[in-house]
Design a binder for this molecule. Structure first.
Ligand code: 5GP
Ligand code: MN
Length: 338
């Protein structure tokens, strides 16, 4: 509530506002950003959304998408200028500045008032206003509550509602993860009341595959899935050549790790992808086994208890070998996690 009071004071007069979110934005990252942007514009602020990288094409239907500025070598100078000149800087859906790459230092050094709204573990202390709640299913849930607590729920329209719905829908795994609280369903009811077309959002995000992406999924499940029943673990490792062969685009591997986790008895799943500069890893678990701790301890990453990411600068083969070599020491935990 102290944070809401500070936010209300900060937003009492029209401001220049920059909103950013994590590398390779997912639906929660982009939906939170564009949902908040839509609201702040209605309040008379000047708002720009900047992402530290590109994002999947299945997110480009969101209202405001056309005005998103994507950071790269070409936009570097402009982004640097905007971050330095803006009055307010919102950091959404990440808790560590390393998650926004080169933009991290620009944000750290910016004189703007910084506001973090996030639901990841271990928030860094770089913002003047930090709204961090790991119990929230999605950052979009927190955005809804911030708008409500500012007394502006009536300003949530169909477009803002669909942005927030997309974030909550995907971060709850379509309302199946334990994070899907009563509060989540109550918020969804309000978004529907505001006019959000939920069926349309599902279709645009989940039923929008290119044929090659679907073939790639088939290949990964048939030829690449490795299962270790003795550790209740399954993983998929994908090389750069395989990504190229299937003309893989940003977002094409999204959700793949969940197939490994969906096997009966599997409580720990990983997806390891050679992106060239590094091997990027997605971890998922069910029950007590903490992939946040596993990733922090061994793969320089983190996230949530049951969903985390990490990175490796070894080769794909060496990263897989390291992953495999770690399993025996977690055997007890993996066998009893359910
Ligand atoms: P995903 O596997 O979908 O990329 O990420 C799963 C969760 O872990 C997301 O909430 C994401 O923000 C977080 N995450 C992904 N990669 C990293 C990382 O390298 N470091 C940290 N701290 N979190 C990550
Ligand atoms: Mn999120």
């Amino acid at each position: 509530m102290q944070e809401i009071t500070a936010l209300r004071e900060l937003l009492a007069t029209p401001k220049n506002i920059l909103i950013t979110t994590h590398h390779k934005p997912d639906a929660d990252a982009l939906g939170s950003s564009l949902g908040l942007a839509g609201y702040l514009k209605k309040k008379g602020h000047h708002v720009i959304v900047v992402t530290p990288s590109d994002y999947p094409a299945f997110l480009n239907w969101m209202p405001g998408n056309d005005e998103v500025l994507v950071y790269d070598e070409k936009t570097d100078a402009r982004v640097r200028h905007l971050i330095n000149e803006t009055e307010v800087l919102f950091c959404l859906d990440f808790s560590a500045l390393s998650r926004i790459n080169e933009m991290g230092e620009m944000v750290r050094n910016s004189p703007a008032v910084k506001v973090m709204i996030d639901h990841h573990m271990h928030p860094e202390d770089f913002a003047q206003i930090t709204i961090s709640d790991t119990r929230a299913a999605a950052t979009a849930e927190l955005i809804f509550e911030v708008i409500r607590n500012l007394g502006d729920e009536a300003l949530i329209d169909a477009g803002i509602g669909e942005c927030l719905y997309a974030g909550i829908m995907t971060d709850t795994g379509s309302f199946r993860h334990p994070s899907t609280s009563r509060n989540v369903h109550l918020i969804i009811a309000e978004l529907i009341a505001a006019g959000a077309n939920t069926a349309r959002v599902h279709r645009l995000i989940y039923d929008n595959h290119t044929l090659t992406r679907l073939r790639f999924l088939g290949y990964a499940l048939k030829d690449k899935l490795v299962v270790h029943p003795e550790y209740n673990t399954a993983y998929i490792a994908i090389s750069q050549e395989e990504l190229k062969e299937y003309d893989s685009r940003t977002g094409d591997t999204e959700g793949l790790v969940n197939f490994a986790l969906s096997i009966e008895g599997i409580v720990f799943a990983a997806l390891l992808i050679d992106r060239g500069q590094a091997v990027k890893i997605s971890f998922r678990s069910v029950g007590d086994f903490s992939v946040n701790e596993f990733s922090r301890a061994h793969f320089n990453g983190g996230g949530h208890h049951n969903a985390a990411g990490g990175i490796s600068h070894d080769s794909l083969e060496a990263t897989v070998a390291k992953f495999e070599s770690l399993l025996p020491q977690y055997r007890e935990q993996l066998i009893h996690s359910a």
